[in-house]
Ligand binder design. Structure first.
Ligand SMILES: Cc1cc2nc3c(=O)[nH]c(=O)nc-3n(C[C@H](O)[C@H](O)[C@H](O)COP(=O)(O)OP(=O)(O)OC[C@H]3O[C@@H](n4cnc5c(N)ncnc54)[C@H](O)[C@@H]3O)c2cc1C
Length: 543
């Protein structure tokens, strides 16, 4: 038999010439796949993980759950799906969300079109053919469109600690938790970080470990989840008017049903403020940020909320010095507000110690633990809850080349620039789902994902109907959008602290405020752009 006949088919031969290649199979990649295949396009999704689900595949740490309520943190494209699926808790756990994603993939027959265990390393636009050439560790595939569903919080941030290799215990990152789980019984555990993932996992790890030492650089505000079984009455109301419920939430600033109080904190009496904050605290959840309309805009108004939250910490944590350390002096909300179950109470346990590393960073990981503040802490296990290289990390870890061989890394050397967080000038037929410059992480992300996917799918269908082969954001539209994103952010308190929204958690990352604030005006703008024949994009019938 001639050699050629025996050779394994290349990826392109095996998959054929694709219309669309999607990178990532989380909520975004899967729904993109569904929309495009339903429209008759040849599309596949490449996923680096050995399973689908993205965030909910990787983040299996103890206590991992959503902090947008389950009935809102779910797809709305199928009425039947919404009617059939039953969430068990107010805030679903990671295993339950993963079961949901797997159910959706099976129900809509998406799995045959997902290539697992396949990392995309590069994507290059060929100006002569007008197609993308995408390279994975399994071969090269050609597609007309390349869609990045790579996730805003999928690229881990693991600080480069000196000595990690010498540590004789085990270490974990919350964003890559072992599938078989970790048993911390009788172990001395060190937790590095006090953001959302740490706040969810600390109470559970503390119950198991012989001792838990929490190394804190910046204290976080957190409000109670008051999690529990989902109220059947709430489910009944939701199912009686699914469309109305979704529509009302889509008109709210974060695209989530936070009860918005239009009154201003600074125009309210101290009794009114106390009563509003008390009520929000008793309700629990992220709706706390919607307590007053000036809370995220005016520093003085924000201080009233900060005072309330700090008082709650003092009331909960018995040791006054520990309470003081746990009390943030930041603007409330400018770093992501956390939602917890027993976080502050955990510091009353005799087996939990808080170590302040704000003045001097952790010096090194040693063979037996870690050294901070000149002292060595002996540990059997270290948990890095150090977050993500948010919004741009996953995109920039792929070698993406547009017109003239220009790389996205070069293009974004000073920070990300996009048109609507959907397109990038110089990168034709290339879309990002919840990219920088879109509401993304400052919204309920599932509706944001669905809105992007619908917009992209409609755009691709429009191009087919009108015989366009190529679409690309113009530099002018992109510049105007970036200026607008900054102007909106600068009218608020969001850019006032060193948050991951700004890239401040990753050394060397340019400081640019990445998400767009305001879901409803954003959706309106996207709709207008489409209605005007994709205004701000150039469309071409040749590649
Ligand atoms: C612990 C945690 C809790 C969260 N809770 C909430 C919440 O309550 N509410 C909310 O709105 N949002 C929440 N988020 C944000 C969450 O990321 C989104 O809600 C949503 O799951 C994102 O879906 P996605 O498909 O866009 O991205 P992801 O779920 O991150 O999926 C992206 C996928 O792309 C894959 N990928 C990336 N690069 C490549 C490559 N080069 N090649 C192949 N595959 C690649 C990744 O492996 C990943 O599976 C949370 C995030 C975390 C980490």
């Amino acid at each position: 038999m001639p050699d050629r006949a025996r050779a394994k088919p290349s990826e392109s031969e095996r998959l054929g010439e694709l219309d669309v290649l999607i990178v990532g199979a989380g909520f975004a990649g899967l729904y993109m796949l569904h929309r495009l295949r339903s429209a008759g396009l040849e599309a596949i999704a490449y996923e680096a993980g050995s399973g689908i689900g993205g965030t909910w595949f990787w983040n299996r740490y103890p206590g991992a759950r959503c902090d947008i309520e389950s009935i809102e943190y779910s797809y709305q494209f199928s009425e039947e799906l919404q009617r059939d699926w039953e969430w068990s808790e107010r805030y679903a756990t990671q295993p339950e969300i993963l079961r949901y994603v797997e159910h959706v993939a099976e129900r809509f027959d998406l799995l045959p079109h997902v290539e697992l265990n396949t990392r995309v390393n590069s994507a290059t636009f060929d100006e002569t053919t007008g197609r993308w050439s995408v390279e994975t560790d399994r071969g090269v595939v050609s597609a007309q469109f390349c869609i990045m569903a790579t996730g805003c919080l999928s690229s881990m941030n693991t600080p480069d600690f000196k000595g990690l290799d010498s540590f004789k215990g085990s270490w974990f990152h919350t964003g890559r938790w072992p599938h078989e789980g970790v048993d911390f019984t009788d172990q001395r555990v060190g937790m590095i970080g006090t953001g959302s993932s740490a706040i969810q996992s600390i109470p559970l790890i503390a119950q198991e470990a012989s001792h838990l030492t929490v190394f804190q650089r910046t204290a976080s505000y957190s409000v109670p989840a008051h999690n529990g079984p989902l109220d059947p009455e709430r489910v009944r109301e939701f199912k009686a008017d699914i469309a109305g419920f979704r529509e009302r939430n889509s008109q709210l600033p974060f695209g989530a049903g936070f009860k918005l109080n239009l009154a201003k904190a600074l125009e309210s009496t101290s009794e009114q403020r106390q009563s509003e904050y008390d009520e929000r605290w008793a309700t629990g959840g992220l709706g706390f940020v919607a307590a007053f309309s000036d809370l995220l805009i005016d520093r003085e108004a924000n201080d009233t909320a900060a005072k309330f939250l700090r008082q709650k910490i003092r009331e909960t944590v018995k040791d006054a010095a520990v309470a003081e350390l746990l009390s943030p002096d930041l603007v409330v909300g400018c770093k992501r507000l956390c939602v917890d179950t027993g976080y502050f109470e955990t510091f009353n346990r005799p087996n939990v110690t808080l170590v302040d590393v704000s003045k001097a960073p952790i010096e090194e990981i040693t063979r037996n633990g870690l050294r901070a503040n000149g002292e060595e802490y002996e540990l059997d296990a270290i948990v890095f809850a150090t977050g993500f290289d948010a919004m741009t990390g996953a995109l920039l870890s792929i070698d993406i080349r547009g017109r003239g061989g220009m790389t996205l890394r070069e293009k974004w050397a000073e920070g990300p620039r996009t048109y609507l967080g959907l397109g990038v000038a110089g990168f034709p037929n290339f879309f990002t789902i919840t990219g920088p410059g879109s509401p993304s992480v400052l919204s309920n992300m599932i509706p944001s994902i669905e809105q992007h996917v619908n917009w992209i799918a409609d755009c691709v269908e429009y191009m087919r109907e009108h015989d366009y082969a190529c679409i690309e954001a113009t530099e002018e539209a992109q510049d105007a959008w970036v200026a607008h994103v900054n102007e909106v952010a600068n009218g608020t308190l969001f850019p006032t602290c060193n948050s991951w929204y700004l890239g401040a958690n990753v050394p060397g990352k340019p400081r640019v405020f990445m998400p767009y604030l305001g879901f409803p005006p954003y959706v309106q703008k996207c709709n207008e752009v489409a209605e005007k024949g994709y205004e701000g994009f150039s469309l071409d019938s040749a590649g």
